[in-house]
Design a protein around this ligand. Structure first.
Ligand SMILES: [Zn+2]
Length: 306
């Protein structure tokens, strides 16, 4: 059942859990997200990045998402992830997404405020909510000094001013996570104190990007069947639980689903060299994706919250 993202996230905020937001590129991934959400009785967000739109097209991905939503009683919303070009964001608002992200985090503060405010005005006219971003996503270990760290991670006072000025509905913050599978060279480490300070100053739901866990079992399976991923490292379960406990209401996960997909594909290609039916080749990938999404939903505390 298509449901406004804002409704999902305000409920999560009140209930102190987070809704999983998973990226879709094709039908199999979207299907796996929906099956996992059904089995966990969990609300869920399906999101498309500008990259996935270039790959499959906005109309195609929206049609897949809508079809899955009408066939289910699970509350689900369709969200534009990392809209960096205002034209794409405007197109998504018109096309019928429940929410959009405008990511102006690469701009200086004033410019980010300016463009985000314009996007928010337009989106709200169409009944669409907006996620905005403040701060740069990079691992804490990338900063040598405290000053460097403060310059990149989200500043709590600026966050308050930003939300007040832009009237955005949700805020993505930088507290030490980064995109992809190689987030930390040592231990997983998030700036939870900073999160608490932001939470005390900002009332809108907070969003964590770059929050994949990179499960060791999936990495091992990829490697067992011929893959070579180097030394990937994700956010620890403990850090993620603490982040949710301290106010994160939407957690973005893409890498874990990609790893699950790859682990499933590698396994069947190696084990059944004579198989060439795409449906059979994709079946194990599907099962791996459902499993990792269910696990993630449980970790975020959103099981049985549908
Ligand atoms: Zn992101």
């Amino acid at each position: 059942m298509l449901t406004p993202t804002k409704k999902l996230l305000l409920k999560a905020q009140a209930g102190n859990y987070a809704v999983g937001a998973f990226n879709i590129n094709n039908m199999e991934i979207a299907h796996a997200i929906m099956e996992a959400a059904e089995r966990e009785a969990a609300p869920v967000i399906c999101q498309t990045s500008e990259g996935s739109l270039a790959y499959a097209g906005m109309d195609m991905l929206l049609a897949i998402g809508r079809q899955l939503a009408v066939a289910s009683k699970i509350p689900i919303s369709l969200h534009l992830d990392h809209g960096k070009h205002p034209e794409v964001v405007k197109e998504a608002i018109r096309a019928g997404y429940q929410s959009v992200m405008y990511d102006g985090s690469a701009h200086p503060f004033a410019r980010n405020v300016e463009i985000t405010s314009e996007v928010v005005k337009l989106a709200h006219q169409g009944g669409v909510s907006v996620e905005a971003e403040l701060g740069a996503l990079s691992g804490i270990e990338d900063f040598v000094t405290v000053r460097q760290r403060d310059a990149h991670l989200t500043n709590p006072l600026q966050a308050r001013e930003f939300v007040k000025k832009t009237r955005c509905d949700f805020l993505a913050i930088a507290i030490g996570t980064s995109h992809g599978a190689y987030k930390f060279t040592g231990r997983s480490k998030l700036d939870l104190l900073r999160l608490k300070e932001i939470r005390s100053r900002v009332s809108v739901p907070l969003v964590l990007h770059g929050a994949s866990s990179v499960p060791k079992s999936l990495v091992k399976q990829v490697e067992k069947f011929g893959g070579d991923l180097g030394k990937p490292m994700g956010v620890s379960d403990r850090d993620l639980r603490q982040a949710v406990k301290n106010g994160i209401c939407k957690v973005n996960t893409d890498t874990d689903v990609r790893l699950a997909f790859t682990a499933g594909i590698r396994k069947i290609l190696k084990r059944e060299p004579d198989e060439f039916d795409p449906r059979k080749l994709l079946a194990p990938a599907y099962e791996e994706m459902v499993a990792v999404i269910r696990w993630k939903i449980k970790l975020l505390g959103s099981s049985n919250k549908a």
